[in-house]
Design a protein around this ligand. Structure first.
Ligand code: AMP
Length: 547
């Protein structure tokens, strides 16, 4: 027997409708790419999103067509986001930090018909234009007075483009499983893979993140998404904030410590989220200027493991820094490091240790860890294995690929290695391809790095595997020092003593710059390549090539 409740497809456009009805005056503030601060609200965002939809419809963009954005976090990007989805087209957010040839590749792979780009990216698109096979229209996100002279065929200023319609338009209605967004993962090897979100997965993901112990925003919050709309579905914030009526503050193109601090302070931001590299800039700026942010209740760090030293530094400044873990394939939130009752009253080092966990999964995400043969491992905080997940906002396939990516129980292998303890707190020890295997046992590169970052001279650290004639692999620690700081190999090694297991001690330490991926992760493949022939002092012969 079926229930007798209404059929009401979970469509993304209903979120902006709701925001415009219940929170029409709630502000959306942007540091515009052109420079000045811009202010609008949900009522206007919806009105202009409808114009985007109407104009796309007039340009014969139909259900399932892909429409790309190459843009910073701004109010215009939000309008386009809802305008595209509201006619059942697919909003393909492109990460501009990818290599140019990867950008051209994914535009062609997605077969994007229209692209919306910030003025910043016009020169990049001009270079790529001869390779772009299917783009019919370049819409530049600015008005006529700021429109650059460009060789892009038929390029038009966004404000002129939407002013050609009157907004007298209604969203289209379609099945909730219709594709809504497309986001390519920035793998370090091979071509990027497209994750295709549906309207249903986005709405459910937003309801999931709205749980109090997840992001838990409310209409009284002011949210600054440092995480870009083009990184992993904006961590859901472009849906969650309007769904509950939070004020949004978009940082545009300026993500340095001073610019982000200024917005956090001026707009009395209560919640913000981004990757550790951005928070490092904010931390340094605040520390060196003795600054505080009394309104900020929550700074969520995700995308890569934040060192406990960073969490502690924010804690000292009165800011609760929590971790979020997830991935593009998950919509993307998978866990949040909120403190449960046994831990909520912790203070000092114990609190930092608990906040350094990647947290527990919310309702709608199920997790397990397995050994290499797929056997489940216990949740005892000790056994570590491959982390696998399932749920209604987890991918079941990649766009345009036929590969089977789920196991027999429907779980997706995240590629991360983790422990889960008896309280359901999960800790990532590594990416499976980054683990260091010494004498058959795994060394957690993240724990070695976290210990090293606590050293006052160290800005960032990366532990990688280097071949060793006796142990197979041993850790090499690469450290990037804080500006104007000096230290020695011996000093770092003695600092690590007692902080990590003896056999995890790096066999060597070098000072070098640390490269990052387009989504702010340490590019370990490049470091492994750089130190392929590094001779460890503990190795009596020059090591063989490391894969
Ligand atoms: P992306 O799809 O770019 O969001 O990357 C997802 C990957 O980033 C995950 O599989 C993890 O390896 C890594 N990641 C994300 N958040 C965290 C975190 N809090 N701690 C450690 N690794 C993380």
């Amino acid at each position: 027997m079926l229930g007798l409740m209404q059929e009401w497809p979970l469509l993304c456009q209903r979120i902006i409708d709701h925001a415009a009805i219940c929170h029409p005056d709630r502000e959306v503030v942007t540091r515009s790419v052109e420079g000045p601060i811009h202010r609008t609200n949900y009522g206007q965002i919806r009105r202009r999103a409808l114009k985007v939809a109407q104009r796309l419809d007039r340009d014969s963009i139909v259900l399932g067509d892909r429409v790309a954005t190459l843009a910073w976090n701004t109010w215009r990007h939000l309008e386009i986001w809802y305008g595209i989805m509201g006619i059942g087209a697919v909003c393909h957010t492109i990460n501009p930090r990818l290599f140019p040839e990867q950008i051209a590749w994914i535009i062609n792979h997605a077969r994007d018909r229209v692209i919306f780009a910030d003025i910043t990216f016009v020169p990049l698109l001009e270079k790529l234009a001869p390779q772009l096979e299917v783009i019919e229209r370049f819409v530049i996100l600015t008005d006529r007075s700021n429109m650059p002279v460009t060789s892009l065929r038929g390029a038009i200023a966004y404000e002129d483009w939407i002013d050609s319609v009157d907004g007298d338009f209604a969203w289209k209605l379609f099945d909730e499983n219709t594709a809504a967004g497309l986001c390519y993962t920035s793998g370090t090897t091979g071509n990027p893979k497209g994750v295709l979100y549906s309207h249903r997965s986005n709405v459910l993901h937003s309801l999931m993140t709205a749980q109090a112990d997840v992001l838990g925003l409310s209409c009284n919050d002011t949210v600054l998404p440092v995480v870009p709309l083009f990184h992993a579905n904006s961590w859901g914030l472009a849906f969650h904030a309007p769904m509950v009526g939070s004020k949004i503050v978009f940082p545009g193109a300026k993500l340095d410590g001073a610019s982000v601090y200024e917005l956090l302070w001026d707009e009395k931001v209560t919640f913000t989220a981004g990757v550790p590299t951005v928070w490092l800039m904010l931390q340094q700026y605040m520390e060196s200027n003795s600054l505080r942010l009394p309104a900020l209740r929550d700074l969520t760090i995700g995308g890569a493991a934040p060192p406990p030293a960073m969490i502690e530094a924010f804690e000292r400044m009165g800011i609760c820094a929590r971790q979020g873990w997830g991935m593009t394939e998950m919509g993307p939130v998978g866990s949040i490091g909120s403190l449960k009752p046994p831990f909520a009253d912790l203070t000092g080092a114990e609190k930092i240790a608990q906040l350094s966990s990647q947290g527990f999964s919310p309702f709608l995400v199920e997790m397990k860890i397995t050994d290499e043969s797929g056997e489940k491992l216990p949740h005892d905080g000790k056994a570590y294995g491959r982390l696998k997940v399932r749920g209604p906002s987890v991918a079941k396939a990649y766009y345009g690929l036929n590969d089977e990516i789920l196991d027999k129980e429907g779980y997706f292998d995240t590629g991360d290695v983790a422990t889960i303890d008896e309280h359901a707190y999960m800790r990532i020890t590594d990416r499976s391809k980054d683990v260091i295997k010494s004498g058959g046992e795994w060394i957690s590169s993240i724990e070695v790095e976290n210990a090293a970052i606590a050293h006052p001279s160290v800005q960032e650290a990366a532990a990688i595997a280097v071949s060793h004639p006796k142990w197979g692999e041993r850790p090499l620690l690469i450290v990037q020092l804080n500006p104007n700081m000096e230290t020695t190999r011996a000093d770092i090694l003695s600092f690590l003593e007692g902080k990590i297991a003896k056999w995890w001690m790096p066999d060597d330490v070098v000072m070098d710059s640390i490269p990052h991926t387009a989504t702010g992760k340490i590019r370990k493949s490049e470091l492994r390549e750089r130190y392929r022939n590094h001779l460890l002092p503990s190795a009596s012969v020059r090591p063989a090539t490391v894969k």
